[in-house]
Write a protein that binds this ligand. Structure first.
Ligand code: NAD
Ligand code: MG
Length: 384
């Protein structure tokens, strides 16, 4: 593959799990990094800025003396605030990796697509909260939307060369998280440390908790719906504790195609950068004989957020945005020790009931629903 064909990279959420792995992939592929953004002006972010002297730098929400420190070290290479994040995403001719966490990533996703850029999307909350808005931005700007999420990268790879009409089902695999074998009753008082200890993936705190509740899998069902345009009846979930099969497609003739590999986010990140080409990756050859693969149905009683996610997806409009915002509040309340693990689904369900359904046309529409859902969820979290 011709490396010079790869577009320069903008990495949003550069200090996070996805961001740092993206920078590692970029360095191996020898792709230019022209933009870096993170929420805070931490020493780790300053180090990254030093390692990439040609990159424009954005600190979205500087605190304390971070602004002064970054300005004195980086001069006019650094900008501040959420508007600068959005401008960076619209850098002409770039591939934008969105590794921001939460709905805060939505406007940057929209800007990247509207500018005609390739958007390598890890920030699934963008699609969950603002699916119709992102779709409109892609059509208007001619940008390209490629998934970084491992399941959706797997689905894209299984679907490439196939007619979408010939698809029977998309089957997303779920590791089941750290509480796979637990009953609903035993989940009420698990600790934050237990919930953060994901068995197969090393990720940021929000997605780790979302994996423990299966909210993450529900988000991924909605993500798959928007990415591949299939109805919810044709999107299934199966628990696969080893995380070796990353997802499958079942076709109308009864054939199944699966995507397999070690659980390592550098592989789907790289594929989103090099698509449709492939380039040598970081992993050793895979040994099938070293693995036993098992599959089971998800426990929908113990993990009610999975079905609630389907319900929100089918309702459409603002419902998935409410789901995401309420979950963001509930997860933070759990991480802060303000609510128990068992209260997370109650907060999300309560918010979904309380916020009136409406259509979403613009980022402002999404952010309005997001704010309302956060306020309702905060109130509910206070009474749990
Ligand atoms: P993380 O918590 O490790 O990192 C989040 C990054 O986003 C940090 O760099 C932080 O500074 C930045 N950020 C947060 N709020 C911001 C804001 N308002 N403006 C600008 N930057 C902001 O999270 P992560 O695990 O890397 O996850 C990032 C996204 O990727 C999430 O949407 C997650 O669901 C998705 N994802 C992650 C993984 C994984 O393996 N970590 C896998 C699939 C999908
Ligand atoms: Mg995933």
């Amino acid at each position: 593959m011709d490396r010079s064909a790869l577009k320069p990279l903008v990495v949003l959420g550069a200090t996070g799990s996805i961001g740092t792995q993206t920078l590692e992939v970029a360095s191996r592929l020898d792709v230019a990094v022209v933009g870096l953004a993170a929420r805070r002006g931490s020493p780790a972010f300053l180090d990254l800025a030093d390692q990439h002297p040609d990159a424009a730098v954005v600190v979205a929400a500087p605190a304390g003396d971070e602004r002064a420190r970054f300005e004195s070290k980086l001069g006019n290479r650094v900008r501040f605030g959420p508007d600068s994040l959005v401008e960076l995403a619209a850098s002409p001719g770039a591939t934008v990796v969105n590794g921001v966490v939460g709905a805060a990533g939505l406007e940057a996703s929209v800007a990247a697509l509207q500018a005609g850029n390739r958007l390598a999307l890890a920030n699934k909350e963008s699609l969950v909260a603002g699916g119709p808005v992102l779709e409109a931005a892609r059509t208007a700007g001619g940008g390209e939307l490629l998934p970084v999420d491992s399941e959706h990268s797997a689905l894209l790879q299984c679907l490439t060369g196939e007619d979408i009409e010939a698809v029977g089902r998309l089957i997303l695999t779920a590791s089941g998280g750290p509480f796979r074998e637990r009953s609903a009753a035993s989940l009420a008082d698990v600790t934050v440390a237990e919930a953060l200890a994901h068995p197969t993936w090393d990720m940021g705190p929000r997605i780790s908790i979302d994996s423990a509740t299966l909210m993450n899998k529900a988000f991924e069902v909605i993500e798959a719906h928007f990415l591949f345009g299939l109805p919810y009846d044709q999107i299934d979930v199966v628990v696969h504790p080893q995380s070796i099969v990353h997802s499958l497609v079942e076709f109308v003739d009864g054939s199944l195609k699966a995507h397999l590999g070690e659980p390592d986010m550098r592989v789907p990140i790289q594929f989103a950068l090099t698509f449709p080409d492939r380039h040598p990756g970081p992993l050793q050859p895979f040994s099938l004989a070293d693995h036993t693969l098992t599959f089971q149905e998800p426990d929908r009683q113990a993990f009610p957020l999975l079905d609630l996610g389907y319900e929100a997806g089918r309702r459409g409009g603002s419902a998935p945005a409410v789901l995401n915002a309420a979950d963001e509040i509930a997860v933070q309340a759990f991480l802060d020790g303000r609510i128990g693990f068992g209260a997370i689904p109650r907060v999300v369900e309560g918010a979904l009931e309380a916020v009136a359904l409406r259509e979403l046309h613009t980022v402002a529409d999404v952010m309005e629903v997001d704010a309302e859902a956060r306020s309702v969820a905060s109130e509910l979290a206070g009474t749990c």
